[in-house]
Ligand binder design. Sequence first.
Ligand SMILES: *[C@@H]1O[C@H](CO)[C@@H](O)[C@H](O)[C@H]1NC(C)=O
Ligand SMILES: *[C@@H]1O[C@H](CO)[C@@H](O)[C@H](O)[C@H]1NC(C)=O
Length: 264
Amino acid sequence: MGLFNLCFLWLLLISVSSTNACDRCLHQSKAAFFSTPSSLSSGACGYGSSASSLYGSHLAAAVGSIYKSGSGCGACFQVRCKDSKVCSKAGTQVIVTDLNKNNDTDFVMTPRAFMAMANKGMAHSLLKLGVADVEYKRVPCDYKGNNLTVRVEESTKKPNYLALKFLYQGGQTEIVGVDVAQVGSSSWTYMTRNYGAVWDTSRAPAGPLQLRLVVTSGYDGKWIWAKSVMPVDWTIGGVYDCGVQINDIAQEGCGECDDQNWKS
Ligand SMILES: *[C@@H]1O[C@H](CO)[C@@H](O)[C@H](O)[C@H]1NC(C)=O
Ligand SMILES: *[C@@H]1O[C@H](CO)[C@@H](O)[C@H](O)[C@H]1NC(C)=O
């Protein structure tokens, strides 16, 4: 793992220990919705058309403090609007697929996700509000049996340049490091986050390929080892099951922890 990652984890540790350490911090903000549904398929995380298979199109653009230069891509949040006449107590869940550059609202959601916060028969009234006062907390992403998956990006140039996009990233963590090696080899090459959910290297080994990830977990980092991911004849555009899933939860530091009264 690179020096940068070690520093990152150390800083994370310091920032967590100086405030309350929580599984779930409760945040108060506002949320809006996209008026053009296509805006999300070009989202900054790079999920492209894969985004529609994530979380039933409950997608969101999040402000910079959540997007975190791309490491927040794929994070899941439970969001509920605070107008009890219009909105349900449970709210809905969204996955971060884009960066929202407007700091007035922490999330800009797909209309489908926005309306899902409403009580029965109130979706129209909620849409009319346009912007809603919300509270939200991070929750583990649950892909119901899907493993962590990689897609080989079109920018890949065999034999040495490899760009991988991570899909179905479970748990409540961030991927802070990725290494790649030939299956059976212990000669690991590190990858770097190119943007959003896409990691790359210009020193890719020949297939078959295994991956080793560092994810945030608890107060610390943890290795996830996907022993066999891509076959010898992997292809550009190919989608490969990692055979493992992340289900760890990273602690965050915050003023107010969710008191668990908010049942989903
Ligand atoms: C939004 O907030 C970030 C971080 O606090 C800040 O760097 C940025 O300048 C803000 N952008 C706008 C448009 O206010
Ligand atoms: C996930 O990985 C496990 C272990 O490798 C495998 O048995 C299972 O079939 C995979 N699940 C899916 C949905 O591919």
